[in-house]
Design a protein around this ligand. Sequence first.
Ligand code: GDP
Length: 534
Amino acid sequence: MAEETLSFIDEVRRRRTFAIISHPDAGKTTLTEKLLLYGGAIRLAGSVKSRRAQNHAVSDWMEIEKQRGISVTSSVLQFDYNGYCINILDTPGHQDFSEDTYRTLMAADSAVMVIDCSKGVEDQTKKLFHVCKMRGIPIFTFINKLDRAGKDPFELLEDIENVLGIRSYPMNWPIGTDRNFKGVFNRQKKQIELFKDGNHGQSVAEAIVGDIFDEQFRGLLGEDLHEQLINDISLLDMAGDGFNLEQILNGELTPVFFGSALTNFGVEPFLESFLNITTPPTPRLSNLGEINPETDNFSGFIFKIQANMNPTHRDRIAFLRICSGKFEKGMTVNHVQENKKVRLAQPQQFLAQERVVVETAYPGDIIGIHDPGIFKIGDTLCQDQSKLQYEGIPLFAPEHFAKIYTKNALKRKQFIKGITQLAEEGTIQVYKRPDIGVEELIVGVVGALQFEVLEYRLKNEYGVDIIMQNLPYRYIRWVEMDNFDPKTFSITMDTMIVEDEDGHPVLLFQNEWSISQVKDRNKNAVLKEISLRK
Ligand code: GDP
């Protein structure tokens, strides 16, 4: 449809590529499903979950997925809404939380943070938030489950500001909570929006809309609630931060929406307002300066590699975020890091859960490219400039560590090959002790499930049985300092010094106390939670 009528520039500008971040159970899946519902991509809500349960064959590339009934790898959903072309990047979150979850955020242009109104900001949200903050992308907040008893809305805003250190601007304000949640006051349009629940959130919610002083609302809400709303709003107008688009786009101010994904209350106003405020693809930093998405030269970077989606093949799929120019099926591009040409013959795209072969794609889109084992995370592909390289994808802090050995010393070669490949795909990070070397490898993972993935894949793909011994470390810091010497660097008894795959010095800690001790004792060293790859 859009193909004939829209220019390349129009296609770029209508793209909205974002990730939804949250702590498990805050309502990310439900909200995603409702966005698909409003986008017309699914007819009745409830299908995302049931699809997950019934249709495993599509995504199950591994036994672990089948056994656990979860998806180990994340995907992308694309659909149209009101002229926008929306790409939602799924960030895996339950047991399948992994470094991919962080890496996915590198491909997003903005983030939606879902918070459960009874819990406030939770641990996993905090971690994901910090990655978004580091990138300076706009972060929108959807406070969910207003149909249930929760914290006071003012308290929730305070929580966001105190725990995350970001200012907030409520875009709407809830009217009543718990079973008495009736709707919101839209601060931009200065109107009350009361929702009617038709069929338990299965289809879009209808709303009664009008001015706050409209007499009908006194009756609909009751005197007390109406009065409280008027007071709350005037308090917000007086005491709160003002709406500042520039700060929002720089990730310094988060627009906050209240709603209930389950009943659809507040979902549509959120979607419209979010799409309107958030940014289309913006210029990305490279070694050649900022690259404008609207330039002709096709370019993009690989942010994720997924192995064996089809268990009968060994192939991998590399996920490429398009940053500039138009992609056309069959085009030949430069693979910058390897200094080679590659033809993109059968790339895939992910339209509201279906995987299809893509003919054309634009900046902001994600395509999956067949990878015979040539790509690495962070690689750049581009049409013309063979030297263009996008900023690398950093290494994010693992939280689980283990020593690994092969059971059978004769399999050492395959063992190293498998470990190297899995590290390249970004499933694990590998460290060595400077005094011991490759005889004893330490692996780190962001989510503990990756250990199972590692064990399973080494056995099934490389025929190697391993012995894994969990280590008590929970925190990692990359050391930045001149002339680092492991022999003289002062650490606590329970801290270990290792080096990463680039030979960069790394510290493994068991607790935060040790981190602060080591910082105190080594004033000239900077300890980093995220490291840029070489
Ligand atoms: P995720 O883990 O963040 O993807 O969370 P889900 O979307 O799977 O939701 C977790 C649970 O919260 C499920 O039982 C949902 O039905 C429920 N839930 C999600 N949104 C709402 C909401 O707005 N109100 C209420 N009461 N429950 C919700």
